[in-house]
Design a protein around this ligand. Structure first.
Ligand code: CP
Ligand code: NVA
Length: 308
C-alpha cells in the first residue's frame, strides 16, 4: 500500500526532494493514471509554466496532465510577460503565487529556480535547469520499472555528458538503490556535489561508477541511456563537444557489449548519429517513445501529490 501523501505543498526542485518511499508512491500513482485505475480531480487548480528555454515534451506533457486532471495551465512566456524584461524573481514569484496554485519553471541557473521557490507561497517544480531534470528522471524510472517489474537487478549505464539529466538519474538512482554507471569523456563528469550526495545515500559505495570507458560501462548493463552532447545554452560549444565525445555514440557496436535484454532510453530531443544512431532509436530495444509518454503520467501523479 502506498504511504500517505506527505508531498502536499512541497517544492520539487531536485530528485532529492522526494524520499525513496515518495518516489515509489509517485511511480505507483503514475502507473495507475496510465492504466486508468484512478481519477483525481484538480478542478479550478492552475499551473503556471515559465520556460526560459525551449521545450516540447515537458511543456505539452504538463499541459495535458493538468487538463486530464480537470485543471488548467497558463503559459507565462518570458518574452510576452515582464519576466523577459528582467523583473526581479522575488517580485514575479510573489505575484504569480497569488494567482497560480503551482508553478513549473525551466531555466538556466539552478539558483534562479531556488529564488522562485524562496519567494513563492505555492509549490515550485523544476522543469529543467542546468543542474537537474528531476521530472525526467521519474519518467525514466517508471519506464525501467515497467520493463523489469522491479529495480532489483537493474544496472543503468548513462553514456554521454554528465549534465542535468545524468545528475538527476544519479540522485534518483541512489535513492532507489540502483547501480548507476556514467561513461563520459574526461572533463565531462557529473556535478561533484551530486556525486558526493549519491555516495552518502548509497549504503554500498560501489553502486555509482564514473568512467571514461563506454565499453566497460555497458558490460552487464540492462538499461543504456544517453542525452545530447551539447545542451540548451551550449550551442557555441558544439564543434568542440562533437570532437570530445567521439566514441561515446550508442550504436550497434556498443550495445553488443550490454546484456541481451538491454533497453535503450533517451530523454529527447536527439541528434541522430551523434549521441545515438537512427538505427538504435528505431530498434526493438528502444523504449524512447514509451519514456516520452511516461512524462505525462508521472507529471499527473506529481501534480496530484503536490496539490492535494
Ligand atoms: N526531455 C525533455 O525535457 O524534452 P523537452 O525539452 O522537449 O521538454
Ligand atoms: N541536457 C539537455 C536535456 C534536454 C531535455 C539540455 O539541457 O538541453
Amino acid at each position: 500500500m502506498p504511504k500517505p501523501n506527505k508531498l502536499a505543498n512541497k517544492n520539487f526542485l531536485s530528485s532529492l526532494d522526494l524520499s525513496k518511499e515518495e518516489v515509489l508512491h509517485v511511480l505507483d500513482l503514475a502507473n495507475n493514471f496510465k492504466n486508468k485505475k484512478i481519477n483525481i480531480d484538480l478542478k479550478n487548480k492552475v499551473l503556471g509554466l515559465i520556460f526560459n528555454k525551449s521545450s516540447t515534451r515537458t511543456r505539452v506533457s504538463f499541459q495535458v496532465a493538468m487538463s486530464r486532471l480537470g485543471g488548467s495551465t497558463i503559459d507565462l512566456n518570458p518574452t510576452t510577460s515582464q519576466i523577459g524584461r528582467g523583473e526581479p524573481i522575488k517580485d514575479t514569484a510573489r505575484v504569480l503565487s497569488r494567482y497560480c496554485d503551482v508553478i513549473a519553471i525551466r531555466t538556466f541557473h539552478h539558483s534562479d529556480l531556488e529564488e522562485y521557490a524562496k519567494w513563492s507561497t505555492k509549490p515550485v517544480i523544476n522543469a529543467l535547469t542546468d543542474l537537474e531534470h528531476p521530472c525526467q528522471a521519474l519518467a525514466d524510472f517508471l519506464t525501467i520499472h515497467e520493463e523489469f517489474l522491479d529495480f532489483k537487478d537493474v544496472v543503468l549505464t548513462f553514456i554521454g555528458d554528465g549534465n542535468n539529466v545524468a545528475n538527476s538519474l544519479i540522485l534518483c538512482g541512489a535513492l532507489l538503490g540502483i547501480e548507476v554507471r556514467i561513461a563520459c569523456p574526461k572533463g565531462y563528469e557529473p556535478n561533484s556535489l551530486v556525486i558526493e550526495k549519491a555516495y552518502e545515500i548509497y549504503k554500498k559505495k560501489d553502486l555509482l561508477k564514473i568512467t571514461n570507458d563506454p565499453i566497460s560501462a555497458v558490460r552487464g548493463a540492462n538499461v543504456l541511456y544517453t542525452d545530447v552532447w551539447s545542451s540548451m545554452g551550449e550551442e557555441n560549444q558544439k564543434e568542440k563537444k562533437d570532437k570530445d565525445f567521439f566514441g561515446f555514440t550508442i550504436d550497434h557496436n556498443l550495445i553488443k557489449n550490454a546484456n541481451k535484454d538491454a533497453i535503450i532510453l533517451h530523454c529527447l530531443p536527439a541528434y541522430r548519429d551523434k549521441e545515438i544512431t537512427d538505427e538504435i532509436i528505431e530498434s526493438k530495444s528502444s523504449r524512447i517513445f514509451e519514456q516520452a509518454e511516461n512524462r505525462m503520467h508521472v507529471q499527473q501523479a506529481l501534480l496530484s501529490c503536490l496539490l492535494k
